[in-house]
Design a protein around this ligand. Sequence first.
Ligand SMILES: C[S@@+](CC[C@H](N)C(=O)[O-])C[C@H]1O[C@@H](n2cnc3c(N)ncnc32)[C@H](O)[C@@H]1O
Length: 376
Amino acid sequence: MTAARKTTAPGRPVAGRPSRQKRSQPQLLAASAQAEQPPLPLAQFALDYRSEGIGQSRIVHADCFEWLGSIPESSLHAIITDPPYGVKEYDFDQIEKRANGNGGIWRIPPSFDGHIRAPLPRFTALNDKERATLRRFFVEWARLAVHALRPGGHLFIASNAFLSQLVFSALVEGGLEFRGELIRLVRTLRGGDRPKNAEDEFPDVCSLPRGCYEPWGILRKPLPPKMTVSECLREFQTGGLRRRPDGLPFSDVLLSERTPRRERQIANHPSLKPQSFLRQIVHAALPLGQGIIADPFMGSGSTVAAAEAIGAQCIGVERFADYYEMSRVAIPQLAALKLRSVQQASADESNVKAEDYQISASTENIPRQLNLLLPW
Ligand SMILES: C[S@@+](CC[C@H](N)C(=O)[O-])C[C@H]1O[C@@H](n2cnc3c(N)ncnc32)[C@H](O)[C@@H]1O
């Protein structure tokens, strides 16, 4: 596997990465001059990186720190992304260890306490130094996101229950405005185990609660001083969130599912997110249904596929060549999927265990309007 760029500290280039050729920066558009402009053609966002158009979207093989800092200022309407949370779990050596079954930051099955697990990054294993690195990573990344987003542009960012407080505060330190959290209701495979190597001694104890949700940060590039949301919508087509297709407000709890097997068969990425969830986020992120979304940590392209499925424009950026290649094939196939309801999809999963399905049963009490509509 080759990387478009390797980093020692977050965002810092090291020798050996295939850098793009020097060229003049694309013309930076002043925010005010941009208001009446149609969205930039996506090919302009490729700069000099390898890139391809897929439908009305585009994928770029680049390091997103470099890419975000190089695209025109205030040019994206929204960012939806799922970053590497241990920062290092998608470093080349860690991906190789995962593939070879040697562990590294990836916990390799079979695990303890009688449960077989898919490899998961060991976020709990991060020490103080690594947590400080993580903070720097997200502060620096947020500054670049602020450069790239239009005023009022939203960021939806996947997180996990251990690290969300650290990551969200770092994003705020980098200049983004915290607008709340989106709870993706899903069994995450995290927690619930008895204390390691003392399972028999403490049979009634679990070290961590069993994970039943995934927190996503909702942040926004601050509006210009004194600008209202309606003014922001008129000038930048940003600032708010789009209501659901049935006219109800976008809600911050979404009943979800583990990524269905048929999607995993299309894109064998360890962090693949389900289309049923992403299509709702993509829909919400463009308040007027117009504009450009980016996923700077694209992986196998699930966000780009979700955008394609609902007719939105998205740019996906991925630094590893193998995942970039995977996305070229996966995006059209994921985008073409017709989705079932979350409950139906969970029930249809042949490998789903009874306890996994309980999350759907236990959501019976969730108000009806939180349940998923899948018009796409
Ligand atoms: C958590 S995964 C996202 C997977 C995605 N949700 C999907 O459904 O396929 C993060 C991805 O970001 C990529 N990545 C890590 N650092 C990057 C960087 N600096 N620039 C671009 N991509 C990066 C990793 O290679 C990995 O594929």
